[in-house]
Design a protein around this ligand. Structure first.
Ligand SMILES: [Zn+2]
Length: 171
């Protein structure tokens, strides 16, 4: 049984480029492994038992599972405790680096917008998911953002930010 999949992509290249593209991606390790989804299914069973929305996630690097997690928002009373975020935190601790270069994330459901941002920030390479988000799942939109135009603090903060990055550059 073949348990490796070349990642789908959409592009306008003609077919001669397609083979090159696939070869390159094969060599770079952009291959989705079915076995990790079996692990994810085991994890969602744990989540369901604990009355958590069954979503699970895993960080994989060089064919090794670095971390696994399932949604624990209720148990932890923590809005951040989505499976993806927990898996990313665990992986960062284990690898002693917040940048998860060359890591892939396997997740049961397509990540929400919060997780998507964190995933991108963490430099995860590929995200593989089983299901799209349910259509009725709304993004929350009640929060309003206001810019505080308090000159003293705006000026001081601007200067401190500038100094910080200048020192970094000068190092
Ligand atoms: Zn999320």
């Amino acid at each position: 049984m073949c348990n490796k999949y070349i990642v789908n992509w959409s592009g306008s290249e003609d077919s001669s480029h397609i083979n090159l593209y696939l070869c390159a991606h094969f060599l770079l390790g952009d291959i989705m492994e079915e076995k990790y989804f079996a692990e994810l299914i085991k994890l969602i069973k744990k989540a369901s038992k604990k009355d958590e929305v069954p979503i699970s996630a895993m960080v994989v690097k060089e064919n090794k599972i670095i971390s696994k997690a399932y949604n624990r928002r209720v148990k932890k009373n923590n809005v951040l405790a989505h499976a993806e975020i927990i898996a990313i935190n665990k992986a960062s601790k284990k690898l002693k680096d917040w940048r998860l270069n060359n890591c892939d994330l396997y997740v049961t459901l397509k990540p929400c917008s919060m997780c998507e941002t964190i995933i991108k920030q963490s430099r995860i390479r590929n995200v593989y998911y089983l299901l799209e988000k349910p259509k009725e799942k709304k993004e929350y939109n009640k929060t309003k953002f206001y810019k505080a135009n308090i000159c003293t603090y705006v000026t001081e903060y601007e200067a401190r930010l500038r100094d910080f990055f200048k020192k970094k550059r000068d190092k």
